[in-house]
Design a binder for this molecule. Sequence first.
Ligand SMILES: *[C@@H]1O[C@H](CO)[C@@H](O)[C@H](O)[C@H]1NC(C)=O
Ligand SMILES: *[C@@H]1O[C@H](CO)[C@@H](O)[C@H](O)[C@H]1NC(C)=O
Ligand SMILES: *[C@@H]1O[C@H](CO)[C@@H](O)[C@H](O)[C@H]1NC(C)=O
Ligand SMILES: *[C@@H]1O[C@H](CO)[C@@H](O)[C@H](O)[C@H]1NC(C)=O
Ligand SMILES: *[C@@H]1O[C@H](CO)[C@@H](O)[C@H](O)[C@H]1NC(C)=O
Ligand SMILES: *[C@@H]1O[C@H](CO)[C@@H](O)[C@H](O)[C@H]1NC(C)=O
Ligand SMILES: *[C@@H]1O[C@H](CO)[C@@H](O)[C@H](O)[C@H]1NC(C)=O
Length: 603
Amino acid sequence: MKYTLSFWDTLIRTAGFAYLVLPTTVRAQSCTPSTTTSGNCTRGRFANLGVVIDRIGVVGTEQCYWDGPPPIDPAVTLPAYNIPRGSCALIARHPTQSWRFGLILPPANQYKRRFFAAGNGGFNGGINWPDLSFAPHYGAAVVGTDTGHNSSDAGSGPQDGMQWAVDATKRTNWAYQAMDGAVHFGKILTNAYYGTSLEIKRSYYSGCSTGGRQGLKHIQRHANDADKMDGVIITAPAWNLKEMLPNHMAAAIANLHRQADGTITTTPILQRPQWINLTAAAFTICDGKVEGSSSINYNPDGDRVISIDDCFSGNETAYSESLRTVAPGLTDEQRAAAVAIYKGLVVAVNGTSTTVFPGPPPGGEADWSFTLGPGLEATFDQGLAQYWLADARGGTPWAVNNWDKIYKDGLTGKEWVYRESTRAGSTISEPTADDFAAMTNYGGKLMLYHGTADGVIPVASSNRLHQEITNVKAEGDWFRYFQIPGMHHCSWWPNGALNVPYIDLSFPPWYIATATQPLYLGSPKGYGVPSRDNPPDPAYDGIQAMIDWVENPAATPPASLIATAFNGTTTVVRTRKLCPYPQKAALTGSDINDSSSWTCTTV
Ligand SMILES: *[C@@H]1O[C@H](CO)[C@@H](O)[C@H](O)[C@H]1NC(C)=O
Ligand SMILES: *[C@@H]1O[C@H](CO)[C@@H](O)[C@H](O)[C@H]1NC(C)=O
Ligand SMILES: *[C@@H]1O[C@H](CO)[C@@H](O)[C@H](O)[C@H]1NC(C)=O
Ligand SMILES: *[C@@H]1O[C@H](CO)[C@@H](O)[C@H](O)[C@H]1NC(C)=O
Ligand SMILES: *[C@@H]1O[C@H](CO)[C@@H](O)[C@H](O)[C@H]1NC(C)=O
Ligand SMILES: *[C@@H]1O[C@H](CO)[C@@H](O)[C@H](O)[C@H]1NC(C)=O
Ligand SMILES: *[C@@H]1O[C@H](CO)[C@@H](O)[C@H](O)[C@H]1NC(C)=O
């Protein structure tokens, strides 16, 4: 059986702000994790190392791993597959704290003394087995944490009612403690397994979204200790949570119908059919230059559209007016809600109206299912304020109708939420750009990348991160940032999901094998770029590019990467050059579908 697109689509739409992958095909496998112990893959091998082994087994015919009963927790409903046979897979937990981690140890003859840590997604609590499964193919042991809570728990609610967030310990776990522990003990267990002659030589991190935030937080907290990372690949990080979470809340509330007296109802204004129309309209209004009507967001060389401001020089009214013409099916209320969402979070900062978080790009509306999908606005308009902010700080229960009114301390609900967010769990979770350059003290490398059509975390957010990092220390040979034209959040592109033919068949090239991508693609081997995986080609494969950058003494940072688009899982539709920001790709050859026709140029 193949899981179909509609299976995943339904899962994500019903289950929520999910792990954020939407594979077109993922092979179903028997999902009974092995408990067969043998060789060094035994409890005894890991005795007295500071953690309790909950489950252990040699990966055999049962190749499938997940961490909960589907489909309750979307973090863990996607099976990990194609873990190399003979690997030792285990779950360990801290004896007194609430976090657990998963660890996969490839067979000794495939082990290249590399250690990987993989990140999580959203607020999900659960071991992210799918994103653990590719690292062993690069000769790496790999660890991933459950973040210290269980999103499936009745007490927590599916992804999440956020109820767990009233617990300060669980907030700290989610913020960094669970990842700290997973890496720390993961390294100890790995060295115990392979023995001193095969001690870990190099450590890597890969994660998207929350996983990106966790990786940045890890760099910040481990500037030079045994748990440091030599190579870190960060995708679309949710790094500036204290602005992002209120923004997502504002978007959810902007999408709720207000009665004539201003009362905010639970009726959504924009739903899936309108997102599709907004995407189609954006392709018309903000048309790019290179590939005709479908080039928006992935125009590689020109005026890249990352905000509605880019379409009409900052004139939102003009965008709304254009929508009226191009998408006549939308009502005034729907257009107003859309423009409010596109605008991002605008609050008064010291009396001046300021955009503190950028809105999503036009063309990325399919991603709105992750924040505005049926039932999800509840997480963002209620759960965040109720559990992440209000209860957590001993306040009175939140009601969405506080949003526009004076709520507390002379602030409207919106202003209060923004202020509280700069004080509550967001700040302990948030990495600070000042600290990343410390990794240069030991020769660490950082690669950041972000899809320009990301409708969950806008690429403008990573532009700001890039700015903040380079304000502290120039890129030199330690840091590179790539934008991936046309890519949505982490790896997602709504092929087939929108039923808009010219959009669905445009296949923007983004595939570089990093966090969530092999799973999304349904990569037949479970890792790599299928057209370039034997062996993984560092020109095409971002993981291999990072490994080479770290391990080759003569290596320089990747001057470019080649992204691939597939029709299905193996047929290459086109390749495209990705240039380190702020360079752009210029068409210097004749075939737009061939990366060799593109040259990186300084703007
Ligand atoms: C277990 O690990 C040791 C190294 O500590 C190695 O010499 C031995 O061959 C391993 N045993 C098996 C069955 O893999
Ligand atoms: C998470 O919670 C669910 C529902 O309570 C439970 O079935 C599952 O076993 C829990 N998972 C773990 C790893 O404890
Ligand atoms: C913005 O666009 C509207 C509608 O096209 C137009 O009436 C208005 O003059 C524009 N504003 C600015 C400042 O250009
Ligand atoms: C979307 O646009 C199509 C074509 O203009 C129109 O037929 C349809 O009614 C629109 N749908 C919505 C929900 O506005
Ligand atoms: C707002 O005012 C405070 C106190 O004067 C100051 O510390 C802060 O930097 C100001 N914020 C901005 C964004 O200007
Ligand atoms: C993708 O594959 C389908 C089915 O084989 C085919 O109909 C379609 O033309 C292909 N699209 C592209 C852009 O190659
Ligand atoms: C590029 O690929 C697209 C999709 O397969 C195709 O429609 C187009 O003709 C190709 N362009 C060139 C120049 O080959």
